[in-house]
Design a protein around this ligand. Sequence first.
Ligand code: 7RM
Length: 653
Amino acid sequence: MSHNIESTLIEERLFSPSDEFVKQARITPDKLQQLRAEADEDYTGFWANRANQEISWKTPFSDVLDESQAPHFRWFGDGELNISANCLDRHLETRGDKTAIIFEGEQGDTRHISYKVLHGEVCAMANALKSYGVRCGDRVVIYMPMTPEAVIAMQACARIGAIHSVVFGGFSAESLKDRIEDAGAKILITADGGHRGGKIVALKAAADAALKAGCPGIEKVIVLQRTQQPIEMQSGRDIWWHDAVANQAKTCEPEWVNSEHPLFLLYTSGSTGKPKGIQHASAGYLLGAITSCKWVFDLQEKDVFWCTADVGWITGHTYVAYGPLAVGGTIVIYEGAPTVPDSGRFWKLCQDHKVTIFYTAPTALRALMKLGDEIPNQYDLSSIRLLGTVGEPINPEAWMWYHTVIGKTRCPIVDTWWQTETGAHVIAPIPGATVTKPGSCTHALPGMDVDIVDEQGNSITAANQGGYLVIKKPWPAMLRNVWGDEQRYKETYWGMFDGKYYLAGDSARRDADGYFWIMGRIDDVLNVSGHRLGTMEIESALVANPLVAEAAVVGCPDEIKGEAVFAFVVLKDERPAGGVSDELTQQLRTWVGEQIGPIAKPDQMRFADNLPKTRSGKIMRRLLRTIAKGEEITQDTSTLENESILKQLQGIE
Ligand code: 7RM
């Protein structure tokens, strides 16, 4: 595979933070040097110091890192804390009346929620959960629109030591059911619906379908009234959120848990058909969230921080629900789509709420960039001082647009590389100290030992030569396990280099100045609009349709989404004439939408009598990728069982 990892992009432009930015930054170049020196000298001592400074402990830890059960690492293993107390209670005295959450619904309704009020609402929901029998370690699935209640539900779980598993509201009933069952959840928290794209997302209807199809473990369903649309409430099982909290006290003693107590599960796609429940611990995760908010986002008292990610993704966990609250920040939560009522909505929100730090995905920027500068230019963006991106590589063109049109050349851009599994930023600029290059996530953060290695695990020192991105030492915010599947945890992340290095699943290179450039996934995972999708997952969904005999899914470069989903399908019946059928394509797209969620719908579909296979029966995915791109086939196709189908796959016959 190493011949796949080649690099062609060379970017020469350099951008230094302005003196003005450096002057007010939390981490100046000197400070960064100190942090790096401290981490180099005493790696565990470095993290112990951070943990003592940044976390409010109920019981302080003495054991920093326990590697005896590797690759299950324990951080701060004998300490006790509560995550919700760290995000809320510890601010009450100094920031009780400070706004924690500025919320805006898609239809323009707004709410400001202070730390004091947020604390009361979290406590009330925590008490409600307890009254329904939720105990420390029980799983609660959250399937909600992007409203403050989603964060309240997460924090309420954390408060009583329940393990939440948030399922993105765009996932289908089928996906929801799989996740509820895999997690063994006993409570589901959802809503009558949410406003998105001018429509109502019927969350309760999907939840009903999921519970009808399975999920025998679910005892109660708590339903937030958001849209007021009529829904069915099953008596004895379903309770309105407002009824659940109505008589609950607004205080709730936090459950003091061990540092390693699981905080949440979050399902993410891998290279098999079944998503894995990434399991995070409490203290280490919180520490990663806090340090990165301070180092990378330079988050300070007066900031208004807006991370546009949904809480259904890791970005919405670390940089909406936990990190910014733990540092006492003010966050913006927006319920809806960036295009409602028009494509100026993001910029209008930045203007109206005086956002100072804005964090979004390259796919959103590319889509907005395409519509021209006139739209953002209509808004006052002068409050913004820092910009960030996450989810996929940002192409230099979009970077430059972000820098000039949104940041007016004044704001540093932090391109943050990390994963569901890493819990928090791993490679990212420190805005007041790092000279950035458009398209590079720059350097590993202090305390993170990141490298690029070859197949044998040897460090690649030559400039611009691609290899496997690995993390060579455990870090506090790392995943602890794959829920219910330890074998998969070991194989996926630690199998390739004999348990020595964490394998990220990305390829990367370092340029002559030592800057990291992420080149893409090395496994069968697609990155569609910054969302991880397993090709196998989509294939399994397609094959589950009675019409389909076989399917192969590959990614295909897409100007806006980064990658588009291209499906090659073999039907049980005859192939449609010319290998194209709008009707069948529509039917199967809808099917995949129902099986996984709209984001997984194939963008293109081609029907053939067969798939290209080697004699040993392996689908030739590289060949399919070439075909999907519409490029000329230069691969050796002589090992192909059935060469004549090439023309069908190419759409020529
Ligand atoms: C945070 C998140 C993780 C995968 C990862 C990469 C890709 C994320 C960047 C990036 C280039 C970035 N978690 N990725 N950030 N690629 N530059 N700044 O996205 O688990 O959903 O996805 O996303 O391939 O492995 S995730």
